[in-house]
Design a protein around this ligand. Structure first.
Ligand SMILES: [Zn+2]
Length: 601
């Protein structure tokens, strides 16, 4: 058994999240974590909202609120959405906690001490009319890479590249339109080339990564440049060095602080459990962390941060780059075991876009549909290894044909027949070859489905689980227990229904990581009591170090089902079942399409 860290990408808190955001890594990381817990591993699943950086500052300015107020608003929305999806975080926190600030500064100091953070003179913008520093977000111009005219001084929202203000073509102040004057100013840079060798040999020993992720990561090493990790900005983590700590106009760059969230959230989780050192079991590269595995889940636009930059920070803090050095007080830290990157989800053939209303927010989705219906779609048809299109027609089809007519129907007819004819789980008599065969198919599912989830092949995994469902439906149709009504046939009817219910129970366990809400219901329909699929809860907590309070997602996930076949007990009372899934009227397709914006907007 291992200590398994599930490190899930941090949603940016500048708005509500849409289903594209949760399809790539939110739901898949939960499926993985739930399975690993059921298989007996010690899982620590952490994430939080990413709340610093220019876009939040810009939007707060536009809304007339402080960045903190804006982040508070969307942190809460996102926490509630992830809760609604049943994502089983041990801790979902945020980057504005004092704990996070302290850990970010500890890593910055450690890297600086070891020589991996270097000051450089660069060009900074000032306003010629006032002589004051012009923060990056107040400068816009034409992107030198893609030609987009609304690029900002720190990044182009059109092509996604990070920029420096002086790279912009025709730069201008967004405050008064004047051309900024560029003067020399100091910033800190991460010496990425000093890690090229260490990261290269680490990548050489990666196994099981998706080939495109590994190839992309290797290619990044060919052209590593020192990378700026501070900006001219007031909103962010202060720079923890003498002469810098109190400067209001310089902050640590948001990407540097956000990746450190995996570590700071693990430490916060440990502090909240009352064992402040407990996080080391998932992170320490020394003896006690030998059985520790770290899986990072993200969209493909974030690979570079997880396969190059985050390893560089961990290596540098541990004193393991070209310049060597000594580990800081957190000790030597583990590098990722695997970077699990997903592809993009599109919506009815178009890129998700809030401004063009090509979008459905998680909240709106969950108001109209069940969380497991979305979770099923994501697992069966999500952007696991190819860009994938979400269409309402396909969503309704999969819900009705597969979830309702396949799985729901199997549950419903086997439980209702047993309830009606016996009022309990009937005892099985002697088993036929057919009985044994279908039971064996279900049992074999534990190895195949589990192995596929462990390798992040969830599409194939849920396909195997649904194959068990299909075999069971076929078995029921062939055995036709509804015909076995005479006194003479009754014992055979009992056996067939017992076998069917056992396969339902096994299939339910196989589907539990994917469909936890309905798995709990099916478990109870079979007479089970207690928690089968544990759920997260929202808790309002105090900041551990005196900052403002905030909501977290957490939970106790130790009580759920194990990844194994549990023999049903004959005589367990059964009641007539209520349907577990909802059939959707095909008219919802047109209703939903009418809600989407067109190209003209
Ligand atoms: Zn661009």
């Amino acid at each position: 058994m291992s200590h398994v860290l599930a490190a899930v990408a941090w949603p940016y808190a500048n708005g509500p999240r849409h289903i594209g955001h949760v399809s790539g890594f939110g739901v898949p990381s939960d499926v993985f974590s739930r399975y690993m817990r059921m298989a007996g591993h010690d899982v620590l699943m952490v994430s939080g909202t990413d709340e610093h950086g220019t876009p939040i500052q810009v939007q707060a300015d536009a809304d007339g609120v402080t960045p903190r107020q804006l982040a508070d608003r969307y942190n809460r929305v996102i926490v509630e959405d992830l809760h609604g999806l049943g994502l089983s975080y041990d801790l979902f926190t945020r980057t504005t906690t004092r704990n996070h600030y302290a850990i970010v500064q500890e890593l910055f100091e450690g890297l600086h001490r070891n020589g991996y953070i270097v000051a450089r003179t660069t060009l900074g913008a000032i306003s010629p009319s006032t002589g004051r520093t012009l923060p990056d977000r107040y400068i816009e111009g034409t992107c030198p890479i893609c030609g987009y005219d609304g690029a900002r001084g720190d990044q182009c929202d059109n092509c996604g590249n990070q920029l420096d203000p002086e790279q912009l073509v025709n730069p201008r102040s967004r405050i008064n339109g004047e051309t900024p004057q560029f003067v020399e100013t100091e910033h800190f840079f991460l010496d990425l080339p000093a890690f090229a060798e260490a990261i290269g040999s680490w990548l050489d020993h990666r196994e099981n990564w998706r080939p495109n992720v590994l190839k992309f990561s290797r290619n990044l090493l060919d052209d590593l440049q020192p990378r700026a990790i501070t900006r001219d900005l007031e909103w962010g983590v202060p720079i923890p060095l003498d002469g810098w700590r109190d400067r209001a106009d310089k902050r640590i760059y948001v990407w540097f602080d956000a990746v450190i969230g995996y570590l700071s959230a693990s430490i916060e989780w440990a502090r909240r459990t009352g064992d402040p050192e407990a996080w080391r079991q998932w992170w320490s590269a020394d003896a006690q962390g030998k059985d520790a595995l770290g899986y990072y889940f993200m969209g493909k636009d974030n690979i570079v941060f997880h396969s190059v930059i985050w390893p560089a920070l961990l290596l540098g803090y541990s004193g393991e780059g070209d310049k060597a050095g000594a580990a800081g007080e957190l000790g030597r830290l583990n590098l990722p075991t695997e970077v699990v990157s997903s592809e993009y989800l599109t919506m009815e053939g178009k890129k998700f876009s809030s401004s063009r209303r090509v979008v459905i927010y998680v909240r709106d989705f969950l108001e109209r549909y069940d969380a497991d219906a979305l979770r099923y779609f994501i697992a069966a048809a999500g952007p696991e290894s190819n860009d994938t299109d979400f269409t309402w027609a396909e969503f309704v089809r999969r819900n009705n044909d597969e979830l309702v007519a396949g799985w729901g129907n199997l549950v419903n007819r086997s439980v209702s027949m047993a309830a009606k004819n016996f009022g309990e789980i009937p005892a099985a008599g002697e088993l036929t070859e057919e009985d044994r065969a279908v039971l064996a198919v279900a049992k074999a599912g534990f190895a195949t489905v589990g192995e596929l989830i462990g390798k992040h092949r969830q599409k194939a995994a849920i396909g195997e689980a649904m194959r068990v469902v299909a075999e069971a439906n076929k078995y029921l149709s062939e055995q036709a227990p509804w015909k076995l009504k005479s006194d003479e046939d009754k014992p055979r009817q009992a056996t067939v229904l017992h076998v069917a219910l056992q396969v339902v129970s096994d299939a339910n366990t196989l589907l539990t990581p994917f469909l936890p809400h309905s798995a709990q219901k099916v478990f109870e329909l079979l007479g089970g009591e207690g928690v089968h699929a544990p759920m997260p809860r929202i808790e309002e907590v105090e900041d551990l170090d005196g900052g403002p309070s905030y909501p977290i997602l957490t939970g106790d996930y130790t009580t759920g089902a194990r990844w194994e076949s549990v023999p049903l007990v004959a005589g367990t009372p059964l009641a007539a079942p209520k349907p577990v899934f909802r059939k959707l009227d095909p008219s919802v397709v047109d209703e939903e399409l009418a809600r989407l914006g067109g190209d003209e907007a």
